[in-house]
Design a binder for this molecule. Structure first.
Ligand SMILES: [Cu+2]
Length: 544
């Protein structure tokens, strides 16, 4: 039986959630839908329902169908405006937060006392310093797996290091996974902000446990603005809304539930899907808006879930930016598929919805509601037809090409148990050593049945194309035999990126210039559970 990858993802996810005795139909509709959104893989193992862990001890998990929708206002994280020369201090600590009106408060680990953490606002050309204080408890609230690389039993249980995702920063400020520190310690990172305006975000990156730290709440936005973007007249102020989207499972008493394998010595699970979606930390919130244009800064901050976002009435919206800032021109879409780590900068016009409402959906599931006011408003915002000068990079601009495989090793019942990049583990010798300032093309040869969102630290890149190939032939002879034409990415993926969805059965080619700083950085799958289990590698930018 050959099955498409999202189907397998669906069954795997369903297995452990079904074991917990919860919610089959509503939960995974988007995964089912995703099946149609991605190309199907060419290889398939016989599927079997492998029990992913004994969760029968659970007293119960919150059922989203029983929560009243749209009763909580959409929370807006507090804004921290960075000023040159003034140190920002952000404390990581255990806090408690109500995620829905009718739920008991949830214990979270947050930056600055909120989930999501405060939105840091910075300007291109104005470097800032942030002191990240680790004031977390000494015991972890979620199951640490000491069999995972970097989280061995001799390591402190609670460790943290902040990575500013998408930022061009020196190695020492990047949040390298091994630069973690323990509660009671602090680390100051300098962010030079020598790059174009973009929707960046910060999250924990501590080796072997960042999937747990992120799930506990350690993430926030970092909006980098520049003069060019500010000159465009895009919706701003109250008409610019951050939307940090992530899924969770909750016990009925409000505690976070993070699934485990059932083996206390090896609790890691290959992927985690929640049945509840948090938008800025609230389940099914409502945003009261005016009948005018809004700019939505969307981040998929989930550990493993892809979101297929659309508005319920099917109204089109304009995508004006991706991971690394503005597109060349707006792309008009009715739905967008975002992988963990990806961002979308979107403009929606509610003018024709005066007095009405519309829901933001993940396929068939509502995530939140926009309730549109009655009042007359004069909207002076605009979305220019040309957003910026953004030439497409070419294959010829790369002075070096690397062919890098994405690998997955399964156990006897086809449950993936280990994921690697180019067949190597984190601690293997560094093999990717781009020369500072050089341009390289990386061909990501996906040998697995999953889509992996691949993220490179330090650099921005463009997606050249994706092309189907014969996976079996590659495994046998290491030769690429293409079985279809190269597919140029759609308009909304033609800008500067720092995460790319590498589809199964495809070779995904990206082109990056390794400028900025020499030193050691990481590249990895942004499915947090894959990243934890060796789907992360160092690369080293070497001086010319
Ligand atoms: Cu992955």
């Amino acid at each position: 039986m050959v099955d498409s990858p999202p189907r397998r993802r669906f069954l795997r996810a369903a297995a452990w959630t079904a074991a917990a005795g919860v919610i089959p139909p509503r939960l995974f509709a988007d995964d089912m839908q995703a099946m149609h959104a991605m190309p199907s893989g060419k290889v398939g193992n016989k599927l079997c329902m492998h029990p992913m862990g004994d969760t029968s001890h659970l007293p119960g998990i919150v059922d989203p169908n029983k929560l009243a929708p749209f009763v909580d206002p959409l929370p807006i994280p507090p804004t921290l405006r960075a000023q040159a020369g003034k140190l920002l201090r952000i404390r990581m600590a255990q806090t408690s937060q109500k995620l829905h009106r009718d739920l008991a408060p949830t214990t979270l680990w947050t930056y600055g006392g909120h989930y999501p953490g405060p939105t840091i606002e910075a300007r291109t050309g104005q470097g800032i310093d942030v002191a990240w204080d680790n004031a977390l408890p000494s015991r972890h609230m979620l199951p640490v797996d000491h069999a995972i690389c970097g989280a061995e039993a001799d390591k402190p249980e609670v460790r943290a290091i902040v990575h500013l995702h998408g930022a061009k920063v020196p190695h020492k400020d990047d949040g390298f996974p091994e630069d973690w520190y323990v509660p009671g310690k602090s680390r100051t990172h300098h962010y030079p902000n020598t790059q174009d305006a973009a929707t960046l975000w910060y999250h924990d990156h501590a080796m072997g446990i960042n999937r747990l730290n992120m799930y506990a709440g350690m993430a926030g936005l970092y909006l980098l603005r520049d003069e060019h973007e500010l000159s465009l007249g895009l919706p701003s102020g109250e008409q610019e809304i951050p939307l940090v989207i992530a899924d969770r499972l909750l016990h009925e008493d409000g505690r976070l539930y993070y699934p485990d394998s059932g083996d206390a010595n090896a609790p890691w699970v290959p992927e985690v899907f929640g049945n509840l979606t948090l938008v800025n930390g609230a389940i099914l919130p409502r945003a009261d808006v005016q009948p005018r244009r809004y700019r939505l800064r969307v981040l998929n901050a989930a550990n493993g879930r892809f979101y297929h976002l659309r508005l319920k009435d099917g109204r089109p919206f304009q995508v004006i930016g991706s991971d690394q800032g503005l597109l060349a021109r707006p792309a008009t879409l009715k739905a967008i598929f975002l992988a963990p780590g990806e961002r979308a900068d979107i403009v929606v016009d509610f003018a024709s919805l005066r007095g009405g409402s519309v829901e933001l959906m993940n396929d068939a599931l509502p995530l939140m509601q926009f309730k549109v006011g009655q009042g007359e408003v004069k909207d002076e915002s605009r979305v220019p037809e040309v957003l910026r000068d953004l030439p497409r990079v070419t294959e010829a601009s790369a002075s070096k090409t690397r062919e890098l495989t994405l690998d997955e090793y399964s156990d006897c019942v086809a449950t993936p148990m280990l994921m690697l990049l180019n067949g190597k583990r984190w601690h293997d010798e560094v093999t990717e050593k781009p020369v500072l300032g050089s341009t390289e093309m990386w061909s990501l040869v996906n040998l697995t049945e999953d889509t992996h969102p691949i993220h490179l630290h330090l650099v921005r890149f463009q997606i050249l194309d994706r092309r189907p190939y014969d996976v079996g032939e590659y495994i046998k002879s290491k030769t690429l035999h293409y079985v279809g034409p190269a597919q140029v990415p759609p308009a909304h993926e033609q800008g500067w990126k720092d995460v790319v969805q590498a589809y199964p059965g495809m070779v995904t080619r990206i082109v990056a210039t390794f400028d900025g700083y020499a030193g050691r950085y990481a590249w990895h799958c942004h499915l947090a559970e894959h990243e934890a289990n060796e789907m992360m590698r160092p690369f080293e930018v070497v001086a010319a």
